[in-house]
Design a protein around this ligand. Structure first.
Ligand code: GLU
Length: 595
């Protein structure tokens, strides 16, 4: 039922800094996703549940991730009594092999953990880090011009110190109960005996031929005998098996020091045409940072996730915090009215994100102020009209300490990445988004895995009009992320675990899923499958080929610039209620599996 919003008109004066952020480019490198039938090694029960649009139901544990082989590796661990942290290690080890374009040992990740025994929420920051030799102008030419995006990405320059192996080890050390080495056995045996190339991997390789074939090691793996790997091929990766064996036997230090580390460094520093500055010392000193969860109130729940250096939790929290003032439940999920509110709340949040959010170990970030209910209530008043906002600019949240007059950031993110959601039999919940940044990262391949291009998540400019950009590059700093691994708590207990890949659209994908589940009462499979509509910088992106096409005209009439496009989220969600319900995004190859 549609209910008209009361037309209390906006009174708040717009702050001076009009948002300069331009719409990020999105060359759609990633393939649009395989159909279910194209997957050769799928887990049938959960796939048919996904195809039928119903969630997977289970009593004890649930796991949702981007590839059936990875999910099954994690499921075996959970069946043996392993924790969600143990299962994550097995899942990540397999994902790095079978979905190498999205995440792996050469990348970074953020993890949110709900501990059933203590009731506490912890977040771990395993983000890639800028090398100590990196300068703020790393992505500028000798003339001080910012480099072309892919000129920066491809090669060694964009490679940050990987964090994923250290994160896997730290999560296992804190919450694991299974022997570490055994968690790699599935990945090792798949790497040695071969796995079936999925349609999505094959399409991604074919779509990125020119850049992948610039580097001999990358080319040899993805283009054996000069031809791109095809869906259905069996691919072996003995070097990955050897790397996984070394980490299994000796822990993450086998990655961060010694011959694997030496090879990473030399691959980065000798990358043809675009060498980087990573050193052995960067790898040797890498560490995971435990940080407080960033939470925002929504419909009486706490929506919690990863704070800075990710903008994920703060921006999702801002969107929801503003929408808390509006009764979305009384509006239809396909109504222009609901999406006007969601779209403009998102634009307002992205204006703050562009100005204020970055690695808070390096620059002051008004983290608490950005999700302060009073601040969000005042921002929410801007939405009380009945047309699209004609101008959007950042607000003025309260600073904890020093205030800085920042210039907005214009960094670009190219969608790739993977999300893992797990609930174990003890009731622990894990939400982890893991990435090598763009598809195939820097395109550099060493020891069986790809190296990230995470440093291009920094702003290429350091200043704008004399004002510093919060997300400028600095040695040892972690680039701002959009990853939003989320756990929603009701009265301190988890009710929803969710996250997605998708570059800065992750924020909209996650917000949509939470709204669909909490406001519109959809189960998790319906919620993740609901068409995506995302508005970050002014253009309302509406998912092509879906029912949301019917909203193009009404949203345009409300004053939005609307574009239909592929919006390939990879949402993986688990609802915790009387049972566990898992939902896997039909746009990608992932599945939910539970018992
Ligand atoms: N590098 C991005 C981030 O950290 C993720 C890229 C993606 O999701 O595709 O936000």
């Amino acid at each position: 039922m549609l209910r008209k919003l009361s037309a209390v008109l906006l009174l708040a004066a717009l702050p001076a800094q009009a948002q300069q952020v331009t719409d990020a480019i999105d060359p759609e490198i990633a393939a649009s996703g395989a159909t279910f039938g194209e997957l050769t090694e799928a887990s049938d029960a959960s796939l048919s549940a996904k195809a039928a649009g119903t969630p997977v139901d289970a009593e004890d544990w649930m796991i949702v991730a981007a590839h059936p082989l990875a999910v099954e590796a994690g499921a075996r661990v959970l069946r043996d009594g392993g924790s969600a942290a143990d299962a994550m290690v097995a899942v990540q080890a397999v994902l790095g092999l079978v979905e190498p374009q999205s995440s792996g040992l050469g990348g970074g990740a953020f993890l949110v953990w709900y501990d059933a025994k203590s009731g506490e929420l912890t977040t771990l920051d395993g983000r890639e880090t800028a090398p100590l030799d990196a300068t703020p102008t790393l992505f500028q030419t000798a003339e001080g011009e910012t480099m072309g995006f892919f000129d920066a990405v491809v090669g060694g320059r964009s490679v940050g110190t990987p964090g994923t192996p250290a994160l896997m080890e730290e999560a296992h050390r804190k919450w694991g109960n299974q022997p570490w080495a055994g968690l790699f056995s599935e990945a090792i045996s798949l790497a040695e005996t071969g796995f079936t190339v999925s349609a999505r991997l094959a399409e991604s390789v074919a779509g990125d031929t020119e850049r992948l074939t610039r580097f001999p090691a990358t080319s040899a793996y993805f283009f054996p005998e000069g031809t791109a790997i095809q869906a259905g091929d069996t691919l072996v990766n003995p070097e990955y098996a050897a790397t996984a064996r070394a980490i299994a036997a000796h822990g993450a230090k086998a990655f961060y020091t010694g011959p694997i580390a030496d090879d990473i460094v030399s691959t980065v520093r000798t990358a043809a045409g675009n060498p980087g500055v990573l050193s052995a010392i960067d790898l040797a000193i890498y560490h995971v940072k435990e940080r407080p969860a960033a939470c925002a109130a929504y419909r009486g729940r706490d929506v919690c996730g990863m704070g800075p250096p990710s903008s994920g939790a703060l921006t999702v929290g801002q969107i929801l915090g503003m929408l808390d003032a509006y009764d979305l439940a009384s509006m239809e999920p396909d109504s222009a009215e609901a999406w006007r509110l969601i779209g403009d709340a998102s634009r307002l949040a992205f204006a703050d994100r562009g100005l204020y959010m970055a690695d808070s170990d390096f620059v002051p970030v008004p983290a608490a102020g950005l999700v302060d209910p009073a601040y969000l209530a005042s921002r929410a008043q801007l939405l009380s009209g009945d047309r699209a906002l004609s101008e959007v600019s950042a607000g003025q949240p309260k600073w904890d300490h020093a205030a800085v007059d920042y210039a907005p950031d214009t960094s670009i993110e190219i969608p790739s990445t993977s999300h893992i959601s797990i609930v174990d039999a003890e009731g622990n919940a894990l939400s982890m988004t893991t990435t090598i940044e763009g598809a195939f990262g820097s395109k550099l391949f060493v020891r069986g895995f790809l190296l990230n291009n995470e440093l291009t998540d920094f702003s290429f400019s350091t200043h704008d009009d004399g004002r510093p950009i919060a997300n400028r590059l600095e040695p040892g700093k972690r680039p701002r992320s959009s990853m939003a691994p989320t756990i929603v708590l009701d009265d301190g207990k988890p009710v929803l675990v969710v996250g997605s890949p998708g570059g800065s659209r992750i924020i909209g994908y996650v917000a949509k899923t939470i709204i669909a589940h909490l406001d519109w009462g959809m189960d998790v499979q319906q919620a993740v499958g609901l068409p995506n509509l995302v508005n970050r910088f002014g253009t309302f992106d509406v998912e092509a080929g879906t029912d949301a096409g019917a909203l193009v005209e009404p949203l345009s009439t409300l004053g939005f610039k609307v574009e239909e496009r592929d919006l390939t989220s990879g949402l993986h969600a688990i609802a915790l209620g009387a049972t566990l319900q898992g939902g896997a995004d039909p746009r990608r190859e992932g599945i939910a599996l539970g018992e």
